[in-house]
Design a protein around this ligand. Structure first.
Ligand code: NAG
Ligand code: NAG
Ligand code: NAG
Length: 185
């Protein structure tokens, strides 16, 4: 009797009974690591080589105020990230993604960024930020919700501080301290 049951179970495992999913098991969390990162974003809307491009905006004149990023506008970005505040300090990666201007009264963004590294031990890996980003505040925090490569299963937070902002063009340089916790691969 018991043997037959074992045989059935073994067969079930060999020939996937349900086809598209594995047997569910208790999740044993692997060991985690924590790393702190420090870099600067360069978000440039103006000029011949913008790194943030308007892809959509509301067809509604009333919402246009004196801002290059009115409520409802959506930008795609490929922002370089550097070691220091100056672009010449060395590009270590880029922040690719989308942000939308989501504040009706106070300038606020919601950002989706995949911050990928192209130098050093995290070359090829990235962290994912998906968060409200209240850019009217000089200092703010955004959530890190995931990662790729060495940063698999990442979570954490990023503290942002505006280093430079031109409210006419919308260009900005932002300092970023990230605390990221992730699986040891
Ligand atoms: C960056 O460095 C260059 C050359 O060292 C300098 O001319 C420029 O003003 C610097 N830019 C910023 C934003 O500090
Ligand atoms: C980063 O990784 C890419 C792809 O594997 C490789 O081509 C490049 O040479 C690496 N760069 C550095 C600085 O290690
Ligand atoms: C990032 O951390 C450094 C070192 O602790 C600190 O000097 C800097 O003010 C921090 N910046 C932000 C944006 O949190």
């Amino acid at each position: 009797m018991e043997r037959r049951l074992i045989l059935i179970l073994a067969l079930c495992r060999a020939i996937p009974c349900q086809g598209y999913y594995s047997q569910s098991k208790p999740y044993v969390p692997p060991r985690e690591k924590v790393t702190k990162l420090h870099f600067f974003f360069h978000d440039t809307i103006s000029g011949k080589n913008p790194t943030a491009i308007l892809v959509a905006r509301p067809n509604f004149a009333a919402v246009f105020k004196n801002t290059p990023i009115p409520f409802g506008s959506v930008f795609a970005t490929d922002d370089p990230i550097t070691l220091g505040p100056n672009l010449t300090s060395g590009v270590i990666g880029n922040a690719q993604g989308i942000w939308a201007s989501t504040g009706q009264d106070v300038l606020t963004l919601v950002v989706y960024w995949d911050v990928g590294f192209t130098q050093g031990k995290f070359n090829g890996s990235s962290i994912t930020m998906f968060s409200r980003n209240p850019i009217a505040q000089m200092e703010r925090e955004v959530a890190v919700v995931g990662g790729r490569g060495k940063f698999r299963m990442a979570k954490g937070f990023a503290q942002l501080k505006t280093y430079f902002a031109d409210f006419t063009t919308g260009d900005a340089i932002v300092e970023c301290n990230v605390t990221v916790i992730y699986h040891r691969v």
